[in-house]
Design a protein around this ligand. Structure first.
Ligand code: AR6
Length: 182
């Protein structure tokens, strides 16, 4: 599914984000930036050690206590097709999604896009941040993701293509529903 807002194409698709050929892909990381399971594990496995090396440097130089939830940093894409990985940390919901979680998730999307623009990136792929291990409800998370993306497009007319790369049919369908409700 695909729509255009201003000059930005938004694409929803089913797939493995590590295969995407956008200039950047976004990692749903944790604040240690040292890797993990889910999409984080897949990105580090396929991207290789150059990504972790840069993450270690970021931890040492800028975020000695870890990357705060809702913030984003950028590294090489290593062996991936994407040139860059933007690492962000979504909220831990454990099933509950209130104002706090919504704001933090919004920030994770918005700050990733802001960083992409700063680096001259015009195409970017997102996974469904916080809806796996961090257990945010998919329907609410999807609405928040779209809200952040649409606000960004309205505020900053820069990025040409934003893909949501959803791992399963079920998550894809729920993103589609949320999108139609906007
Ligand atoms: N491509 C696209 N989406 C994927 C892929 C993939 N290769 N693999 C999984 N997903 P999660 P979170 C989907 O748990 O909830 C990690 O351990 C998955 O099906 O990866 O933000 C980190 O280190 C789900 O829909 O991220 C953190 O500790 C979505 O990606 C923690 O998990 C997000 O699931 C972050 O949890």
């Amino acid at each position: 599914m695909e729509i255009k807002i201003n000059n930005t194409k938004i694409i929803l698709k089913i797939g493995d984000i590590t295969e995407e050929d956008t200039q950047a892909i976004v990692n749903a990381a944790n604040s240690t930036l040292m890797g993990g399971g889910g999409v984080d594990g897949a990105i580090h496995r396929k991207g290789g050690s150059a990504i972790l090396e840069e993450c270690k440097k970021i931890r040492k130089e800028k975020y000695t206590d870890g990357l705060p939830t809702g913030e984003a940093v950028i590294t090489t894409g290593g062996n991936l097709k994407a040139n860059y990985v933007i690492h962000t940390v979504g909220p831990i919901c454990s099933g509950s999604f209130k104002e706090r979680e919504e704001k933090l998730l919004y920030n994770a999307y918005y700050n990733s896009l802001r960083l992409a623009k700063e680096k001259g990136i015009k195409s970017i792929s997102f996974p469904s941040i916080s809806t796996g291990a961090y257990r945010c409800p998919v329907d609410k998370a999807a609405k928040t993701a779209f809200k952040a993306v649409i606000d960004f497009i309205k505020n900053e007319n820069y990025i040409e293509e934003i893909r949501f790369v959803l791992f399963t049919q079920d998550v894809y369908e729920r993103y589609k529903e949320a999108f139609n409700e906007i």
